[in-house]
Design a protein around this ligand. Structure first.
Ligand code: SAM
Length: 273
């Protein structure tokens, strides 16, 4: 630990970082916990680690302790001077950009191997995950703290009530583990929900071939009306009976019964009709 850096509570006080709800600010002040999160990501000493929302820098410190070279994107101006102190403690290893991550293409930041590690603002967590999960070519891993309920949806398999678009998108090209559950009390201030750190690593090859855009359309149509049989919910995509036949699927099934490979077969059928 860099003993010359002040405790995070002092950083928050000195830099007037009273947490703002609108920015999803729930800070982690326990450096043992941030070190555990960094360990979930494995060896991060090579390439670039992109951190979204470093805030007062608790997780950032852990990433730097683990020998990462970090590019951090933070929207809150107040955090920038606090992070300058962290940057000075690890010269040349932390670059902080002030900006909105929603306007940034993280897939081109720094060099490879490129990974994302973040305690995400929950109001934009799902949107960011969808974006990053669509780029297994760009990221060697995603290690992110999200709401426990969203983490469960990402990792869900067919047959489960929470299996949905996010599960198919993740399961198609990533191996996802729910690595660490974190209770509300671990944050300042505590959020209303439980949290989980997920760790996602790209599969060597996708579960099955499919065009990403068409797969997104198929899952949107099917899960958009998840109580309906697919022969009914897929009508917007063409002759749904013929599509099911071409994909080798029972048209009376509901979407939560269809595997990732089944959705890929449907996407190929749509492409070929
Ligand atoms: N990493 C810190 C920690 O673990 O203590 C803070 C995590 S806090 C849950 C989320 C952080 O994301 C906040 O610092 C917040 O200011 C930042 N943030 C929120 N919306 C953002 C956006 N659109 N772009 C970049 N940063 C954002």
């Amino acid at each position: 630990m860099k003993s010359d850096l002040p405790p995070l509570r002092d950083v928050i006080r000195t830099h007037d970082l009273a947490p703002r709800k609108g920015l999803g600010q729930h800070f982690l002040l326990d450096l043992n916990l941030t070190a555990r999160i960094a360990r979930v990501a494995g060896d991060i000493s090579e390439g670039t680690t992109v951190e979204v929302g470093p805030g007062p820098g608790g997780l950032t410190r852990a990433l730097l302790e683990a020998d990462a070279t970090v590019v951090a994107i933070e929207k809150d101006e107040r955090c920038i001077s606090a992070l300058a102190e962290v940057s000075a403690a690890w010269p040349g290893r932390l670059e902080v950009t002030k900006g909105d991550v929603l306007k940034v293409d993280a897939s081109t930041i720094g060099g490879t191997p490129r990974r994302i590690i973040a305690n995400l603002p929950y109001n934009i967590g799902t949107e960011l995950l969808v974006r990053w999960l669509s780029r297994p070519d760009a990221f060697t891993s995603l290690t992110v703290m999200i709401q426990k309920e969203v983490a469960a949806r990402v990792a869900a398999g067919p047959g489960s009530k929470i299996y949905g678009r996010l599960s198919v998108l993740a399961g198609w090209r990533w191996k996802v583990t729910q690595a660490l559950d974190v209770p509300p009390e671990a944050f300042t201030p505590p959020p209303k929900v439980e949290s989980t750190v997920i760790h996602a690593v790209p599969l060597e090859s996708p579960v099955a071939e499919a065009d990403a855009t068409i797969l997104a359309q198929v899952t949107a149509a099917a899960f958009g009306q998840r109580r309906k049989m697919i022969r009914s919910s897929l009508k917007s995509l063409g002759d749904s009976q013929a599509l099911c036949a071409a994909a080798g699927l029972d048209p009376t099934q509901r979407p939560e019964q269809i595997s990732v490979a089944g959705f890929c077969a449907l996407a190929r059928a749509v492409a070929e009709q």
